[in-house]
Design a protein around this ligand. Structure first.
Ligand SMILES: [Zn+2]
Length: 214
């Protein structure tokens, strides 16, 4: 089972990926973790990536692709995997297709109002950094941390206008990738607006059915 997980911030992709790998006994490979691992272990690729990042540059596709190629050649990927955060660009997708045959790319979706509510509803304690959510995990007293009575604030990167911009950038960057997998007949789209806290079993049933019917 070789799956690519796509989906905008706030869609819950990471959570779904985690439950998919548990169910099918496969592993998840996140591009962020892979970068951190390479940098921590001071591999050749990790060293190059770190130099670029430290100098304020973006890491070019070739390095990301090489890291992924090496990762996917390891024994523990034999049974399958869910890729999270890779590919992000068409060159990455094309390179991936040269060394691995994926079964499907699942595009996790949710209505924009739902995503906005999830991402802008978060409140963080100024004192102890505990997080709450206005709708899903409200504090006992509005604006006050349950744990230390510190003041709850909205982080600047979680303000509605900042989130709007992040979603717009995501859409623009990912649209070509969605088209790419659609053309290959590998794209599966799942719209999930329900709350995982309340409807986890029903939601995951829907996800697993889509995978099993592939
Ligand atoms: Zn606190």
């Amino acid at each position: 089972m070789k799956i690519i997980a796509l989906g905008s911030p706030g869609v819950g992709k990471g959570t779904y990926a985690k439950l998919i790998v548990e169910k099918y006994g496969i592993i998840t490979i996140s591009s962020g973790d892979l970068f951190r691992e390479n940098i921590k272990n001071e591999t050749e690729l990790g060293k190059k990536a770190k130099e670029l990042i430290d100098a304020g540059h973006l890491v070019p596709d070739e390095i990301t692709i090489e890291m992924m190629k090496e990762r996917l050649s390891r024994e523990d990927t034999q049974k399958g995997f869910v890729l999270d955060g890779f590919p992000r660009t068409i060159p990455q997708a094309e390179a991936l297709a040269e060394f691995v045959e994926v079964d499907m790319a699942i595009n996790f979706k949710a209505d924009k109002e739902i995503i906005m509510q999830r991402l802008t509803g978060r409140r963080t304690c100024k004192k102890c950094a505990a997080t709450f959510h206005m709708v899903n995990l409200p504090p006992q007293v509005e604006g006050v941390c349950d744990k230390c009575e510190g003041e709850l604030i909205q982080r600047s990167d979680e303000l509605p206008e900042v989130i709007e911009e992040r979603l717009k950038v995501y859409e623009e960057q990912t649209a070509p990738l969605i088209d790419y997998y659609k053309e290959k007949g590998l794209l599966r789209e799942l719209t999930i607006n329900e709350d995982m806290g309340k409807y986890k079993d029903q939601i995951m049933e829907k996800v697993f059915t889509a995978i099993d019917n592939n």
